[in-house]
Design a protein. Sequence first.
Length: 410
Amino acid sequence: MDFEQSAKSRDYTKRVRQFIKEHIAPIEKQHWDEIHEQRHGGDWKSWRIPDHVEKLKAMAKAQGLWNLFLPDPELGAGLSVLDYAPIAEETGRSLMAPEIFNCNAPDTGNMEVLWKYGNAAQKEQWLKPLLAGEIRSVFFMTEPDVASSDATNMRATAIIEGDEIVLNGKKWWSSGVGDPRCKIGIFMALTPNEQLGRHSQHSMVLVPMDTPGVSIERMLPVFGDYDEPHGHGEVHFKNVRLPLGNVIAGPGRGFEIAQGRLGPGRIHHCMRCLGAAEQGLDLAIARGMARTAFGKPLLNLGGNRERIADARIAIDQARLLTLYAAWKIDKVGPLQAMTEISAIKVVAPNVLQSVTDMAMQIHGGAGMSRDTPLSGFFAQARSLRLADGPDEVHKGVIARIELAKRGYSK
Ligand SMILES: Cc1cc2nc3c(=O)[nH]c(=O)nc-3n(C[C@H](O)[C@H](O)[C@H](O)COP(=O)(O)OP(=O)(O)OC[C@H]3O[C@@H](n4cnc5c(N)ncnc54)[C@H](O)[C@@H]3O)c2cc1C
């Protein structure tokens, strides 16, 4: 095992850190204040993107700090998953940064799908503008009416009729659908075929958001916050007709694509969690040393120093596990690294949640406000313990593999 960062990755990490320090950190608080001031609750049609976002994106792109997640050397930075880890960690320190470098979810996962499985026409029409940062995208998998942690429960349908595919069903927690720049969705649904097995019954279909029959019914708040201008929507599909050419890789290949999509995408979230946790630890120490109670800095009271040590231990353990999972994906591919991917998918959000909780506590009332990014990090961590599969489902995967190694198949 070798987790050594390449010179190229070290250079990108340094430049991303510097860019965030110079251009993002100084305006980040103002950015979120602006978004929350123009807030209209769940009325997503009035959500707007502040002008500085596109300016910063153009600046990052001009400096080559763009699409760093994509292993393709022509379309992206050509970095291995291991080499991308420290860069994603840097961007995770800020809630705003990932988008500025065109390295934000769910677009990265959707771009990876199109890059790996899309045909030339699909790449031209949708991958190109996504890579250019001109449009944004959404991934429609979870459904309100069934337990979606088991994807075989899915009820939405994608039925072939001649040279068209017809979509029906309801999806929710569709992240990014409220963004006025969101133009394309990847819709996963049942395409029943008795000739094929249980995992060949689903298709992934590209759905332009302005297709007749697609309607955003509402935005779902996370802890009362609509996460504007991104948003998590409930979207209904009623007799949505699209050319068969909109199916990615062909009907019935949805599960196969989902495995590929969620592998590296899941681990990108984990890398960003580490950056957020480091930022939380920095803030906890700064606050705890600067503020005094009962005659001492807060950090010197009670068990607070021990809590700082626990946070350091937990973050470093999580980083090693993340790097191990990244290294394994590079070596043997995501399907052979399922234990490691599931393990870090459980560990990283939980570490972020506990470190952020500690940092919020040291901040007292301020920790609950928007004066720091801590409440945003907490919502991110708590959401990630569900999004891309709940903790329990990932533990189930790990246990199944462990049992199978010992000959137990049930
Ligand atoms: C902020 C946010 C953003 C999201 N973004 C997206 C998105 O962009 N696109 C998308 O399609 N989905 C998205 N999701 C949805 C997310 O992926 C689902 O919520 C998740 O997969 C769980 O599905 P469910 O909500 O139907 O829960 P259910 O399937 O009803 O599960 C509920 C609970 O049951 C328990 N459980 C389930 N299975 C097991 C098991 N095997 N063992 C033990 N306990 C179990 C777990 O505690 C689980 O949390 C998002 C969710 C959130 C909160």
